[in-house]
Design a protein around this ligand. Structure first.
Ligand code: ATP
Ligand code: MN
Ligand code: MN
Length: 303
C-alpha cells in the first residue's frame, strides 16, 4: 500500500510530510493500534512534548515488530537515526554520540523508526553533569492497591514541600506515578542522587509499612519502592507524553496534584485517549514547572 504522509506537526514546527512505512502494521494486538496511530499520536502531542525533550539526551525503546516482538533500548546514534540531533561526542566519552529530539519533525521521524518509548536524562547538553530535575519514580510492588500509590505520591509531595521544594506529578503510562522536582542546574548528579536517596531512606524508615528503599521485586512485595536510582548519571526516565511498549499503549501524562485523587491508574491515558483528554484540559497542569528553578536543601552530612 501507498505510504501515507503525515503533515506539519504543531505550531512553528518545520515538519515536512514524512513517509510512514508499514502504517497499517498492528503494534499492539490488545487494541489493534497501528504504527500510523502511534505516529499520529506523537504528531498530535509534539508541541506539548518537545519542552520535555529538547537538548536532553534521549534513549529509545524501539519495537520494529510491535510490542510483542523484540524491544530495543537504544541511546546512541545509528545511521538509521538521521534527523535527530547528535549531541557533542564529548558528553559521554568512549560512546557513540548521544541523541536528542529537538523538533516535531525529529519526534515523528523517531516514531517512523519504530520508536515507541522516549526516555530522557535529568540533565541537558548545556550542563550534562548538573541535573535540572529530580525524579521520584514510585514503583508499586506486587499486591499494592492503587489507593496506596496515590497516598504515596501525596506523602512524597508533602515531604518535598517540607523541604521547600515544589513538585509535579505525571502518570508513568505503566503501573506507577512519577513525581518530578525541577532544579536550577547547579548541583552535581552525584549530589542530586544522594538527595533523592536520602528522601527515599527517610520515607522508608518513617513509614516502613508503605515504602522500601531497596530495589528488587522481592523487597517490595506489598510496598512501594521509591526508585531514586533514576537520578544517577546517565540514568533515564520515560518522558512526559511518551507512549509505553505495553499492552494498551499507555502514555505518561502530566497531571495536576488536584487530579491525584481521581486517578485510576498509571496507564489511565493511552495513545488512543490522550488527545481527547488534552483537548478538554482547561490549562496545562505543568505550566509553572518551566519557570520554577529550585535549589536542593542543605542535607545533613551531604554539604
Ligand atoms: P512503571 O510505572 O510501570 O514503573 P516506569 O517507566 O516507571 O513504569 P520502571 O520499570 O520503574 O518503569 O523504570 C524503568 C527505568 O529503567 C526507565 O526509567 C528506563 O529509562 C530505564 N531503563 C534503563 N535501561 C532500560 C532498558 N534496557 N529497557 C527499558 N528501560 C530501561
Ligand atoms: Mn516506575
Ligand atoms: Mn523504577
Amino acid at each position: 500500500p501507498k505510504a501515507p504522509k503525515v503533515g506539519k506537526a504543531g505550531k512553528g514546527a518545520a515538519a515536512p510530510a514524512i513517509k510512514v512505512s508499514h502504517p497499517e502494521r498492528v503494534i499492539d494486538a490488545s487494541t489493534g493500534l497501528t504504527k500510523l496511530d502511534l505516529v499520529r499520536y506523537y504528531e498530535s502531542v509534539a508541541e506539548r512534548m518537545l519542552p520535555h525533550l529538547r537538548r536532553r539526551p534521549v534513549a529509545f525503546v524501539r519495537a520494529p515488530q510491535g510490542i510483542a516482538g523484540q524491544l530495543f533500548f537504544q541511546k546512541h546514534a545509528e545511521a538509521k537515526f538521521r534527523g535527530l540531533t547528535e549531541l557533542d561526542a564529548s558528553l559521554w566519552p568512549g560512546h557513540a554520540p548521544l541523541l536528542a529530539v529537538d523538533t516535531a519533525e525529529a519526534l515523528v521521524a523517531a516514531a517512523q523508526m519504530n520508536v515507541v518509548e522516549l526516555h530522557t536524562w535529568n540533565s541537558t547538553a548545556r550542563s550534562i553533569d548538573k541535573p535540572d530535575r529530580v525524579v521520584f519514580d514510585l514503583d508499586p510492588g506486587e499486591g499494592v492497591p492503587w489507593a496506596q500509590l496515590q497516598e504515596a505520591a501525596l506523602l512524597t509531595r508533602t515531604m518535598l514541600e517540607e523541604l521547600g521544594l515544589r513538585s509535579w506529578l505525571k502518570t508513568s503510562g505503566g503501573k506507577g506515578l512519577h513525581v518530578v522536582v525541577p532544579l536550577a542546574a547547579r548541583a552535581t548528579d552525584e549530589r542530586v542522587k544522594a538527595f533523592a536517596h536520602a528522601v527515599t531512606d527517610h520515607m522508608a524508615r518513617t513509614i516502613p509499612q508503605r515504602f522500601v528503599a531497596k530495589s528488587g521485586a522481592a523487597n517490595r512485595v506489598g510496598r512501594i519502592f521509591i526508585d531514586y536510582l533514576r537520578n544517577g548519571h546517565g540514568q533515564t526516565t520515560a518522558a512526559a507524553f511518551s507512549a509505553r511498549a505495553r499492552p494498551g499503549l499507555g502514555v505518561s501524562m502530566p497531571v495536576a496534584w488536584e487530579q491525584l485523587g481521581e486517578l485510576k491508574g498509571g496507564a489511565q491515558w493511552t495513545v488512543q485517549t490522550a488527545r481527547d483528554h488534552l483537548s478538554f484540559e482547561s490549562a496545562d497542569p505543568w505550566a509553572d514547572y518551566w519557570t520554577t528553578r529550585q535549589a536542593l536543601p542543605r542535607w545533613p552530612g551531604k554539604g
